[in-house]
Design a protein around this ligand. Structure first.
Ligand SMILES: [Cu+2]
Length: 494
């Protein structure tokens, strides 16, 4: 897509650094993102019946591509429409959306619509019974766009030991569902997807999930597990959208502007901590859902699968780095330059923001008065893999699959209590539903609606949801390796 197209659509220059934008195609015309290059790759004949009826609103073509993260740093990955992130899909709340997915790879694929209320057959999870997009085949996903907010889409394919599949690839993108009554007041909107590249297995701790010694750790066992840990996924390269720090266009701002930043952690493995010296983030939504108390914080913690929407007021002129607090991640690419107009200086500056603990409950309200109909306890444990193996993960003593699924009854309210008896933090995700955080490490709260929540190392988190989306529902840790090696479970409706 050409730069002038972004201007024509009324978007700032920043979006052009990463997320290409996609508008519903007009019948009979060439979609604006369809470059000559993609026309040179004829779509293979499909073995599946093609949907008939109206034209798709969006087309996603899954294919290998090259991404230039920085000059002379070009990686090979699988992506949607040769873009990383994939095209920005923007739809109205309640809109019927048809997405045609064309799989030009040799393996089955699943596209998951993360945070949406969609039936199991279109959710994009093999475990729930969604059919795959077969190799060199195509499949149409049709759903109503609900609920409003910052959603996203990504590959939900199992990877196991293949670090070139599933969420290790560039198959992810933003999906914005506009409510039409957005009360936000801002001058620019930017989309910032956090990513790592070139994964490998290592016994060296990358430090992203080290337990915070100040955490209460209510689930810490009295006798520590001394078995040696297994190999975990590590990465040498990082980016925001498709560029390493300094390689892309800066976020260009003017003093006094309010910038709405949509953060997405599209990582397969790492929790990130983001700061911008001299500025504050007013967090207005978590996982796309407005928070009851939009508090101002200096640092944003964001785990794989999570989204944070924050307004930043530009009142500290200069040229700054918005980036990861960990030096190793930031110097390896996880950052973007923020440049005030008329303040060009040779080097963007990084200064460490004050170290502040991230605490979901500051965005909540008084504890919920609701009483659940039933409480479901879920205990997470690790079987350490040793120096040459992979850790395996248990939910209530068993790796996936369980003999009997967890059962919901439609219309009932459930409290899920997550007991993390491991020394890692886990971002756990419930498909097709929103839940409310009701207790975090012993602290009651209410009103924070999410689809993914970090259960800290040796921590305990309770959430509540109303079972109002019949069908198989997948629960899992959003760290790809944990999910693939046991950390998942199914809920069914009884
Ligand atoms: Cu995990």
């Amino acid at each position: 897509m050409k730069r002038r197209d972004f201007v024509r659509f009324g978007w700032g220059s920043v979006i052009a650094t990463g997320a290409g934008m996609l508008r519903p195609a007009l019948a009979g015309s060439l979609p604006p993102w369809q470059s000559l290059k993609s026309l040179q790759h004829p779509i293979a004949a499909t073995s599946e019946p093609r949907s008939v009826g109206r034209a798709a609103d969006f087309t996603l073509r899954i294919a290998p591509t090259m991404v230039e993260l920085a000059p002379q740093v070009v990686i090979s990955t699988i992506a949607y429409n040769d873009k990383v992130p994939g095209p920005l899909m923007r739809v109205r709340e309640g809109q019927q959306v048809a997405v045609e997915v064309v799989n030009e790879t040799d393996v089955p694929e699943y596209v998951h619509w993360h945070g949406l209320f969609v039936p199991s057959e279109v959710d994009g999870a093999e475990e729930e019974g969604t059919p795959p997009v077969s190799p060199h085949g195509r499949r149409r996903y049709e759903f109503a766009a609900n609920p409003a907010g910052s959603r996203w889409y990504h590959s939900h394919t199992e990877a196991m030991m293949d670090l070139h599949r599933g969420s290790y690839t560039g198959q992810f993108g933003f999906l914005m569902i506009d409510s039409g009554n957005d009360p936000g007041r801002y001058d620019q909107e930017v989309f910032l997807a956090l990513r790592e590249w070139e994964p490998y297995l290592s016994s060296k701790d990358q430090d992203s999930m080290r337990p915070d010694p100040d955490d209460p750790m209510p689930e810490k066992p009295t006798t520590p597990d001394t078995r040696p840990n297994g190999l975990e996924v590590a990465n040498p390269l990082y980016s925001i959208n498709d560029k390493m720090l300094g390689a892309g266009e800066p976020i260009r701002v003017q003093q006094g502007q309010r910038i709405l930043m949509h953060f997405l952690n599209a990582s397969a493995s790492q929790i990130h901590r983001i700061g911008l010296f001299g500025h504050h983030f007013q967090v207005i939504a978590l996982d796309g859902n407005r928070v009851p108390s939009p508090q101002i914080v200096d640092v944003i913690d964001i785990a794989p699968g999570e989204r944070v929407d924050a307004i930043v007021e530009m009142n500290f002129p200069g040229v700054w780095i918005l980036g990861e607090l960990r030096d190793a991640a930031r110097v390896s690419g996880m950052g973007i330059v923020v440049e005030y107009a008329n303040h060009a200086q040779p080097r963007p500056q990084w200064l460490q923001p004050a170290k502040v603990r991230w605490d979901y409950t500051v965005f909540g309200t008084a504890a919920s008065l609701s009483a659940p109909d039933q409480t479901i306890e879920m205990v997470f444990e690790k079987i350490p893999g040793g120096p040459h193996g992979i850790n395996h993960w248990l939910v209530n003593g068993k790796e996936y699959p369980h003999e009997r699924e967890f059962v919901f009854h439609e219309g009932k309210r459930y409290r899920l209590v997550f007991h993390n008896r491991t020394d890692d933090s886990h971002p756990v995700h419930v498909h097709r539903h929103l839940f409310e955080i009701v207790e975090f490490n012993g602290k009651p709260t209410g009103g924070i609606m999410k689809d993914t929540v970090v259960v800290p190392a040796f921590g305990r988190v309770a959430v509540e949801l109303v079972a109002n989306q019949p069908g198989l529902t997948l629960f899992h840790c959003h760290i790809q390796q944990h999910m693939d090696f046991g950390f998942k479970a199914l809920f069914r409706y009884g």
